[in-house]
Design a protein around this ligand. Structure first.
Ligand code: AMP
Length: 182
């Protein structure tokens, strides 16, 4: 269930650093190079499947947009439903929303009000590619709980350890990060 140091290195090496994107001073972790590497992508998805196959989940919820890629694939592997948590204004039916602070200003995520109501006692895994300050994930976990489901864990492919987002979100939900970045 735990990844070997060698497997972690394969994943780490498959992710590309783009300096000064989307603005000066940011090192953007580009997961497109992980996705296009079939060995790295398969290794990651098998690891996530092994970890979550015993959780008795009913849904995986992915955060807009890169969380959809990992979340939808994992939901299929686990034979559970997939729910998108989207940026404001994208979902067509009645939504519940949650605002969160950005470095400058605020942003907002939404989920359909009935997103998990196709089962009783929904148990949800939240997933995204990366946790930085934790603001997005904190808002997403709150949304899941607001619409009557239980968020049992929040999972990230990468965590920027120096930004402390994981400790922020671990106050409300257990956190699992596949790779920590110093
Ligand atoms: P935060 O709310 O600060 O935890 O930011 C997390 C969200 O922003 C996730 O959806 C990430 O995909 C994206 N993000 C933040 N920082 C980076 C980064 N350095 N590289 C790639 N994505 C990032």
């Amino acid at each position: 269930m735990t990844l070997s140091a060698q497997d972690k290195a394969i994943l780490m090496d498959s992710i590309r650093d783009i300096h000064d994107f989307p603005k000066p001073g940011i090192v953007f972790k580009d997961i497109t190079t992980l996705l296009s590497n079939k060995n790295a992508y398969a290794l990651l998805m098998k690891h996530l499947h092994d970890r979550y196959s015993t959780y008795n989940l009913t849904h995986v919820a992915g955060i807009d947009a890169r969380g959809f890629i990992f979340g939808a694939a994992l939901a299929q592997m686990l034979n559970v439903g997939f729910v998108p948590i989207r940026k404001k204004g994208k979902l067509p039916y009645t939504t519940v929303s949650e605002k969160y602070a950005l470095e400058y200003g605020v942003d907002e995520v939404e989920v359909h009000i009935d997103a998990f109501s196709n089962v009783q006692n929904p148990k949800v895994l939240l997933i995204d590619d990366l946790i930085a300050t934790g603001g997005t994930a904190f808002a997403a976990a709150s949304l899941i709980n607001k619409v009557g489901a239980t968020c049992v864990e929040a999972c990230f492919i990468m965590g920027l350890d120096f930004l402390n987002g994981q400790s922020k979100i671990s106050e409300v939900v257990p956190v699992y990060t596949v790779i920590g970045v110093d």
